[in-house]
Design a protein around this ligand. Structure first.
Ligand code: GTQ
Length: 371
């Protein structure tokens, strides 16, 4: 496939007065001539409106904390500061069809339950004492733990610590649900769910993926994972173990997908998540693929080159890679691993047969850095 836009077979009708008048008439009839837009609506390759972005935690944290004193969490529904891509303001998207925000909960706070079509996930950035009740199951989560709130599952959150704020990152598929005009929203009829008396029920039952509960309720008909929370320690140890066994991936270092223990597939049908580890000093090769990704720096310091520009990151920073943008990661610390949490819409791309990937072969697999 060539990426030149000066070839036969593409729309190339020069404008003239008669045509311009004709276009106006079509417009009044709520119609239009395909050839005036063909090259835009069928691009040679993906042309995301989203720009690569980096939100520094040192800038965002005080802004998020400010909201604590300004709005009551339950009045606001959720006290969340969204991260908005300048190219996707209308959709409240951080990149492509992914939404993200930083949610803050003060000591002892709790919010009422709701559910919606949009699927959500959480990655805890700081603070102990956070809990969320998902589908009647109470999950307790700490820093770097990952949890899901699948589409249609009632959920309510809180912070049971007496003295520390909790900040977690929310990731949702809100822009996708809205692009497909499929949004529903419902407040819990009793405002609070009946809670299963055993906390972390799903983890106790499904937290050891290679052992499946047998002989009772062992069929799980839902399309999302029956395991709702994934503790950091387990993910951290797994990455250290994997690193002993293989050289890893040339574009991602060591990378593990949070998976549904029943199917081995993504945790939810629209969203998937990864944790990846870069060895001290490791630099990956560049690749690009369809699908958008939002990263949270779980630990360490380094940079990612996205579409030829360098973005320096450190713990808590959030950055995004738009669809089909070249990207490569570097851990600049010579003595410590770096860990990047990320979530993406790859399950959507794969299930629609839209997944494409290319690894950079020129220039030893690295981009020229423009700034
Ligand atoms: O936790 O219920 O950041 O419904 C955006 C929408 C969080 C939530 C967000 C939501 C939630």
């Amino acid at each position: 496939m060539t990426y030149s836009d000066d070839v036969l077979g593409r729309a190339r009708v020069a404008s003239d007065t008669a045509l311009d008048e004709y276009y106006q008439v079509l417009k009044k009839a709520d119609a239009g001539a395909l050839w005036t837009v063909a090259n835009d609506i069928e691009p040679w390759y993906p042309q995301p409106k989203s720009a690569p972005m980096l939100w520094k935690y040192r800038d965002m944290r005080p802004l998020v904390e400010e909201a604590l004193g300004l709005v009551n969490a339950d009045d606001a529904g959720r006290r969340v500061i969204m991260l908005v891509n300048p190219g996707r303001v209308d959709a409240s998207a951080a990149v492509g069809n992914l939404y993200t925000g930083l949610q803050i909960m003060g000591p002892g706070e709790s919010m009422t339950a709701h559910r919606h079509m949009a699927a959500a996930l959480r990655f805890v950035v700081e603070g102990k004492g956070a809990w969320t009740v998902v589908d009647g199951q109470k999950l307790t989560v700490g820093p770097r733990d990952f949890a899901i709130t699948p589409s249609g599952a009632f959920h309510e959150h809180g912070n049971e610590s007496s003295d520390t704020n909790v900040i977690w990152q929310d990731g949702l598929d809100i822009p996708l649900v809205n692009a497909l005009d499929a949004g529903f929203y419902e407040v819990h009829p009793n405002l609070y769910q009946d809670v299963d008396p055993v906390p972390n029920h799903s983890y106790l039952k499904y937290g050891v993926g290679q052992l499946r509960p047998y002989g009772f309720e062992d069929s799980w008909p839902k399309r999302y994972s029956p395991l709702f929370a994934y503790p950091w320690e387990q993910v951290h140890d797994a990455l250290q173990n994997v690193a002993k066994t293989s050289p890893g991936s040339e574009c991602d270092g060591y990378i593990l997908e949070y998976s549904n223990p029943i199917t081995g597939g993504s945790v939810m049908p629209t969203l998937s998540a990864h944790m990846q580890m870069l060895l001290p000093g490791q630099a990956t090769k560049a690749h690009r693929h369809t699908g958008s990704v939002i990263y949270n720096v779980a630990q360490g310091a380094g940079y990612t080159v996205i579409a030829g520009k360098r973005y320096d990151w450190t713990q808590g920073d959030i950055f995004c890679v738009p669809s089909w943008a070249w990207h490569e990661h570097v851990n600049i610390d010579p003595s410590q691993e770096a860990f990047l949490f990320s979530f993406n819409d790859f399950p959507v791309m794969r299930s629609l047969d839209f997944w494409r990937e290319e690894i950079m072969r020129d220039n030893d697999g690295h981009q020229e850095i423009s700034e």
